[in-house]
Design a protein around this ligand. Structure first.
Ligand SMILES: *[C@@H]1O[C@H](CO)[C@@H](O)[C@H](O)[C@H]1NC(C)=O
Ligand SMILES: [Zn+2]
Length: 524
């Protein structure tokens, strides 16, 4: 225990030191935050870490950012602001590694620096401790056994307008973010600048929902194949897009495909960013869906089950950063499918959090927690389109009239709702609506009689008659709570929070259990 704690503490100290005035004593190269000319202060975003309640409304503006390079193309390297960033770099502190070659199909040209690997080329040798003394080691795992450092690459997942829209859009943001919000989970998100510029409202939601926003390049090239100028431009425009949309300047980045060497690390580091990799890979990106491949989802399922089994059998010696994506419908579905199961076993926190990182931006007023809240926020602020003011106090037992749902809405898995049905928002709903149907199990309580709670709802709406967005704040409280007859549990077993189980009880395993037994108590 003591050892684990000191590892986290040590990580936190290193991060703070290398990014502050004690740079020289750390021995690492100096860093700077790029200057972004002509940026307006963004609206609709929090200005410090938001512990909740979170907005889980299902639709977002698709208005893009203006003044950015063409999305998904290599950004120009000769603009004044990119040149300014380039000229801020101390190039004597950037190793002169060769610009690597890549085959047209994306595979590596077989060429290795060999066993000496002078530039710590991860793609070639899995090297994660730079050979350049002035660069910090990569972050790639969670030091503490039982920690799962949640992370998602390639977002924010944009809506499609072409023939893919029907299948993909039910999974586009804010679907995953809403799912995470209702499952008390936060993630470290590695954003593609082009996706941020196309869909800044999703990036705002990402920040507002308490996730870490990190850089994953503008157009997603393997970075060791890029020239120094190209790397600076990829980083600069991504940093600027995130800053323009959300007001924060990231100090974390992940290279596409993990393709990094000391040249890439040094440029990223001097532009303010620490390299974040992973120690286990879902390969979820390769499942069939736009941008994917032909990997069977069953294989990805087996990886997840394998990590769960390894932990349960006591084989784990440390935690994990497992690479996941918000790339397309397949990856988001997979992420939502496994999150509750992972939460039953692991302590799921963002990848940066399990490494003790609390300040991932130059804007130091953002201070993130490194643990999950003991009592997650009980209320959500919902952006509503209605102006009708109403106050209701009622038992929430009305049956929905049909089994269809709207993407991004929620249904009940167990409890006083009805399996398969969906409702607009419900903090304790366990199912998300995907493709018109709820994802969760069927409710065994077919009658619809409330089994465990009566909810008291007080709904207050903003003053009617204005054209601005109306805010509806819904506060729900459980007024009847069953008293468990036994509050203790066996470590690793699961407990039920709501539904046909009782608060505080534990069961051996259940898909809809929200609690894990830690030290003989359910961690509700
Ligand atoms: C989501 O993923 C799970 C796990 O692989 C799978 O069983 C399910 O069929 C998927 N759902 C959709 C709609 O693809
Ligand atoms: Zn990627």
């Amino acid at each position: 225990m003591l050892i684990s704690y000191s590892v986290v503490f040590f990580s936190a100290i290193v991060w703070q030191q290398v990014n502050s005035a004690t740079i020289t004593s750390s021995g690492y190269a100096p860093q700077f935050s790029p200057i972004f000319p002509n940026l307006k202060t963004p609206t609709g975003v929090v200005t410090s870490y938001n512990p909740g309640p979170y907005d889980i409304s299902a639709t977002l503006s698709t208005e893009p950012l203006t003044g950015f390079p063409e999305p998904w193309a290599a950004p120009p390297t000769n603009s004044a602001e990119v040149l300014a960033a380039y000229n801020s770099i101390d190039w004597s502190k950037v190793p002169n590694a060769p610009v690597r070659k890549q085959n047209p199909d994306g595979s590596w040209v077989v060429k290795s620096d060999g066993a000496t690997d002078p530039y710590c080329w991860w793609s070639s040798t899995n090297c994660r401790t730079p050979k350049a003394s002035y660069l910090p080691p990569d972050i790639y795992t969670c030091p503490n056994k039982g920690d799962w450092g949640l992370n998602h690459d390639d977002g924010p997942f944009n809506r499609y307008t072409d023939s893919n829209a029907a299948i993909e859009n039910p999974y586009a943001e804010p679907v995953l973010y809403n799912f995470l919000a209702t499952h008390n989970a936060h993630s470290s998100l590695f954003y593609i600048g082009s996706n941020v510029a196309n869909y800044p409202a999703a990036a705002k939601r990402g920040l507002n929902d308490g996730h870490h926003l990190c850089v994953h390049t503008w157009s997603h090239p393997p970075l060791t194949t890029q020239t120094n100028s190209q790397i600076v431009a990829e980083f600069y425009w991504t940093l600027k897009a995130i800053k323009a949309a959300t007001g924060v300047t990231s100090k974390c980045f992940r290279p596409p495909q993990g393709d990094v060497d000391d040249r890439v690390r040094a440029i990223a580091w001097q532009m303010g960013m620490r390299n974040i990799l992973w120690d286990a890979d879902t390969n979820d990106w390769a499942m069939p869906a736009p941008g994917g491949g032909s990997l069977s989802p069953k294989v990805v399922d087996s990886y997840f089950q394998g990590w769960i089994n390894a932990y349960n059998s006591g084989k784990d010696t440390a935690g994990h950063i497992v690479l996941q994506h918000e790339l397309n419908s397949a990856t988001v579905n997979m992420s939502m499918f496994w999150l509750p199961k992972i939460q039953n076993v692991f302590n799921v926190v963002p990848a940066l959090a399990c490494n003790g990182i609390t300040q991932p931006y130059w804007e130091t007023n953002f201070v993130y927690p490194i643990t999950n809240p003991v009592n997650p926020p009980a209320t959500y602020t919902v952006t509503a389109t209605t102006t009708k003011a109403e106050t209701t106090t009622s038992a929430d037992s009305s049956a929905p009239s049909n089994a269809n749902c709207l993407p991004g809405s929620f249904g009940y898995g167990f409890g006083d709702g009805y399996g398969g049905y969906c409702c607009k928002t419900e903090q304790d709903c366990l199912d998300n609506c995907l493709g018109g149907a709820c994802t969760g199990p069927t409710n065994p309580v077919a009658t619809g009689t409330p089994v465990n709670t009566i909810r008291t709802s007080t709904i207050t709406t903003a003053k009617p008659g204005t054209t601005t967005t109306k805010k509806t704040t819904t506060t729900k409280s459980n007024t009847i709570k069953p008293t468990p007859s036994a509050g203790s549990c066996i470590a690793g077993s699961s407990g039920k929070k709501l539904g046909d189980g009782k608060i505080g009880y534990c069961c051996t395993t259940s898909d809809d259990c929200l609690d894990v037994c830690r030290g003989t108590a359910c961690d509700v």
